[in-house]
Design a protein around this ligand. Structure first.
Ligand code: PLP
Ligand code: SF4
Length: 336
């Protein structure tokens, strides 16, 4: 059976978990045994981009630790409201790369479909926190237009489902979308950029695996983990199930001050990912989005961290450090 959300009669476990996500900053601090004073000035930040975090992710945070690396990724802070020169609303030039509404075609051979604006978690550093999703996300008409564009341009061999988080959509919609992509003969790969297997591993259920296993396209799932504490048994199980249905698993991280700007942490992350069947892919330098300046790691420190990883890990466990530049033909690698 396919889960339903609209009539409330049939929802999957992950949908219930999503509905029960923590949205109140005061409750989050209570759950972690932290003082309310941490929220001084955070109210407006929460108003701009509200807190949202699944409870199973909160369970992986350390109690009583205001510097917990998972907490720091989701807790609204007053600092977000400081205007910092160079930090804007569309740092990566996405709005200029819109091929048709909801479809970004920036790089040769692959196009990125903004499948939905919704996410299971709100990451404070997110470069899309100001992206006008309501104008960009795929309504049925826009989806038709995006698919028509994909069908017309046979230089595109890979479709990337992104968002938001594409796995926030129901499997009913995703299965239909996969079928329509299957029918476009020149497509070879379906890539899914998602944080859900990490922040809400219950999302990887039979319904998801069903349609994923059915597509004729080669499947790549790029997860998004920033810290080894995010990878627990439930995440490992979800990843194993994805791998078992023939999916290549990669990880991308964002380099974040106070979270993972430390080669020891990133080395442990690479090892934990590999143990879970996931290859490290990218470490992104922070996109300069308004509200995220306090997460920035300067380029020299990033380079030092990269070099130290290169010295301590096998080459295949060293992620590529990259930054994004508007108008560039791909992500720009940071040289060692
Ligand atoms: C990052 C990105 C991609 C994927 O780039 P890869 O280097 O292939 O991982 C594709 N399209 C857009 C718009 C992107 O931002
Ligand atoms: S899951 Fe991805 S798109 Fe959603 S808020 Fe986090 S970084 Fe942004």
């Amino acid at each position: 059976m396919i889960p339903r959300t609209d009539d409330g009669r049939q929802t999957s476990a992950w949908q219930r978990e999503l509905a029960e996500a923590v949205r109140d900053p005061v409750e989050l601090l209570q759950l972690l045994g932290l003082p309310r004073e941490l929220l001084a000035g955070a109210h407006a930040a929460h108003g701009q981009f509200p807190l949202r975090v699944p409870r199973s992710y909160v369970d992986r945070m350390g109690k009583g630790d205001p510097r917990d690396p998972l907490l720091c990724q989701v807790l609204p802070l007053g600092e977000e409201l400081l205007a910092v020169a160079g930090f804007g609303d569309d740092p990566v030039g996405d709005l200029a790369a819109v091929a048709v509404p909801g479809l970004l075609h920036k790089y040769h051979g692959r196009a990125l479909l903004v499948a939905t604006g919704a996410c299971a978690v709100h990451c404070r550093y997110c470069f899309r926190r100001h992206y006008p999703y309501s104008e960009g996300a795929a309504t049925p008409q826009r989806l038709d237009d995006a698919l028509a564009h994909l069908a017309r341009d046979d230089s595109i061999s890979e479709v990337i489902l992104s968002g938001g988080d594409p796995l926030a959509l129901t499997d009913e919609r995703l299965a239909l979308l996969a079928e329509r992509l299957d029918a476009i003969a020149h497509l070879r790969r379906l890539r899914i950029h998602t944080r859900l297997p990490v922040v809400l591993p219950a999302r990887v259920d039979d319904h998801l695996l069903n349609w994923l296993a059915r597509t004729r396209l080669k499947r790549v799932v790029v997860i998004h983990a920033n810290h080894p504490n995010e990878i627990d048994d439930s995440v490992r199980l979800a990843l194993r199930r994805l791998a078992e249905c023939g999916t290549t698993l990669l990880n991308q991280s964002v380099l974040l001050r106070g979270v993972n700007d430390d080669s020891e942490v990133l080395a442990r992350l690479s090892e934990a990912l590999f143990d879970a069947g996931v290859m490290p892919y990218y470490v992104h330098l922070l996109d300069k989005v308004r509200g995220a300046a306090h997460f920035e790691v300067d380029a020299r420190s990033a380079q030092r961290i990269h070099e130290s990883l290169w010295k301590r890990l096998p080459g295949y466990l060293v992620p590529r450090f990259v930054r994004e530049e508007p108008g560039a033909p791909g992500k720009i690698p940071l040289s060692l």
